[in-house]
Design a binder for this molecule. Structure first.
Ligand code: FE
Length: 230
């Protein structure tokens, strides 16, 4: 099998949320698609290790928020690289509840869908949850984030619990030695001085050594000391 064949598949980027015993949790997901229009039915694929998986199985409710193209890496990091087991992902994130009390994120979100799970299929280390959409609304106008844009333009990374393998990044061969890239040992994010970190107001051309001491990884919030020269 040539796994590169899978790199031609296109995806969006979504926040999938659920609830259990009054607690909210959610995560980033790229495997989410409409699978029927009568009734309107959606499917999401969730890693069995993730807390969101446990919440969806427990409550039977799920929401999907569609992220806009310029969603900051910090929001994606909160939902993609931290576990709801040790942090409340909703503490500082704008969100609302559906009529059934299920959370959905509203910041940097173009629209959301919500519904009740009507079926699930075991799929290796993931479960595919199928749900009928009974609530949906447009929250903002804009361009939705795609998985490719997240990797190629935003230079985001992928946790090992994602359903698809991380895509290979294009490597720029011409760069000066004084502008070394540094990689986050926690999440794999690469700080490239040529690009800086626009989401944190770090200008392009800023060497890693010149980043402020309180600068943190835009994806997983690790400190500078978690970074190693690539
Ligand atoms: Fe990180």
């Amino acid at each position: 099998m040539n796994s590169k064949a899978l790199h031609q598949i296109t995806y969006g980027l979504y926040l999938v949320c659920s609830v259990k015993d009054g607690a909210n949790n959610g995560q980033v997901a790229n495997a989410a698609i409409q699978v029927s229009n009568n009734p309107v039915t959606f499917a999401v694929s969730i890693n069995k290790e993730n807390l969101t998986h446990e919440f969806i199985q427990s409550s039977g409710f799920v929401t999907v928020s569609v992220l806009e193209q310029e969603t900051p890496l910090t929001l994606i990091g909160t939902f993609g690289f931290r576990s709801g087991r040790d942090t409340d992902k909703f503490a500082e994130v704008s969100h609302q509840l559906t009529q059934e009390g299920v959370p959905y994120v509203t910041e940097h979100v173009l629209s959301y869908l919500a519904g009740k799970v009507v079926g699930e299929m075991d799929a290796g280390n993931h479960t595919v949850f199928v749900f009928e959409v009974d609530e949906a609304e447009v929250l903002a106008q804009g361009t939705p984030m795609t998985y490719a844009y997240y990797h190629q333009v935003k230079r985001g990374t992928t946790p090992r619990t994602a359903p698809v393998a991380p895509q290979e990044k294009e490597v720029t061969k011409e760069r000066s030695d004084s502008m070394d890239k540094y990689v986050c040992t926690i999440c794999g994010y690469v700080y490239d001085p040529e690009e800086g970190d626009p989401d944190s107001d770090v200008a392009p051309g800023t060497p890693f050594e010149k980043l402020p001491d309180d600068w943190i990884c835009p994806i997983c919030a690790a400190g500078k000391d978690a970074f190693e020269k690539e």
